[in-house]
Design a protein. Structure first.
Length: 296
């Protein structure tokens, strides 16, 4: 690791990561999120559930807020409270969709609005505006050892779970009806995956806040889709884009005195817009690409 930072020291723009401990911690946290949460975002995109990630990230807020009222800014308490709330909302939204005429996206949207307003109200009962901003926008530049350990643990869990269930997840994404015919593991794949989404959003919540947590999952995945057309390639490219965007966002925050969480997500958004313009599967390049014509 010291050799890595010695290499960075040779490039002046990257010197903040060498000189300041808080920048190194932020970099380590973004690395964990990039390789843990972003691959989960790839499968959310393939399942056409990208907006569900944003809804679940807000569903975490009431549980974290209730834990905040009881224990203050306690990492274990807010993690446990957010985990319970996120899993409850994910299960409730799926249950409503399967047992009523309400579709799952509508159920998520309704629960998202209820959760966000409830969480903000709970924090406002006791906390200050600073506490509210901390919860909503995160504090990636203030990650401590406990937070980094939590992010690393969630990233490791996510990578191992995706590796173990990759075949099942691909089946469930591409042809869930066929999976339901040939196996009884369809519900396990769905609810297990949604639990994995909640776990990674909890990690993103501690670093980037509830409003930004879904950004590092969805934006790099969408960008990668404009460059690649296979699942292995998406799983390889998306985390690299997430980490590259996080590095640029942290440096932007440092040099321009800009909030770090929004800077990271804005940089990832800029990568997405660039991919739209230059990616081989983007709308511009597809229009310019010559088409084959059959000759009679």
């Amino acid at each position: 690791m010291s050799a890595f930072f010695d290499t960075l020291a040779a490039f002046p723009p990257f010197s903040p990561f060498v000189e300041f401990g808080f920048m190194r911690r932020a970099l380590a946290g973004c690395l964990a999120l990039s390789f843990g949460a972003t691959p989960v975002g790839v499968f959310l995109m393939l399942r056409r559930m990208s907006l569900s990630a944003d809804a679940i990230s807000h569903a975490i807020l009431p549980g974290a807020a209730a834990a905040y009222l009881i224990a203050g800014l306690s990492l274990p308490a807010m993690t446990f409270g957010g985990l319970l709330a996120g899993i409850a909302v994910a299960l409730l939204a799926g249950g409503v969709a399967r047992n009523s005429i309400i579709r799952e996206d509508t159920s998520f949207a309704a629960l998202y609005l209820i959760s966000l307003s409830t969480g903000v109200s709970l924090i406002s009962l006791r906390g200050s505006n600073v506490d509210l901003l901390h919860v909503l926008f995160g504090s990636v530049l203030a990650l401590d050892d406990a937070s980094l350990f939590l992010l690393a643990a969630f990233a490791s869990l996510s990578i191992l779970a995706l590796a173990a269930g990759l075949r099942l997840l691909v089946f469930e994404c591409c042809d869930p009806s066929h999976l339901a015919r040939v196996s009884r593991l369809g519900p396990l794949a769905h609810y297990g995956f949604m639990t994995l989404v909640v776990v990674n959003l909890i990690g993103g919540f501690h670093a980037l806040g509830t409003l930004m947590a879904a950004g590092i999952m969805i934006l790099p995945s969408a960008s990668a889709r404009l460059w690649a057309n296979s699942i292995p390639a998406l799983l390889a490219i998306a985390p690299l884009l997430a980490f590259a965007g996080s590095v640029c966002g942290l440096l932007l925050s440092f040099y321009l005195d800009f909030p770090a969480g929004p800077a990271v997500v804005l940089t990832l958004g800029a990568l997405y817009l660039f991919s739209m313009a230059a990616g081989p599967f983007g709308p511009l390049v597809r229009r310019l690409r010559p088409r084959w014509h059959f000759e009679h």
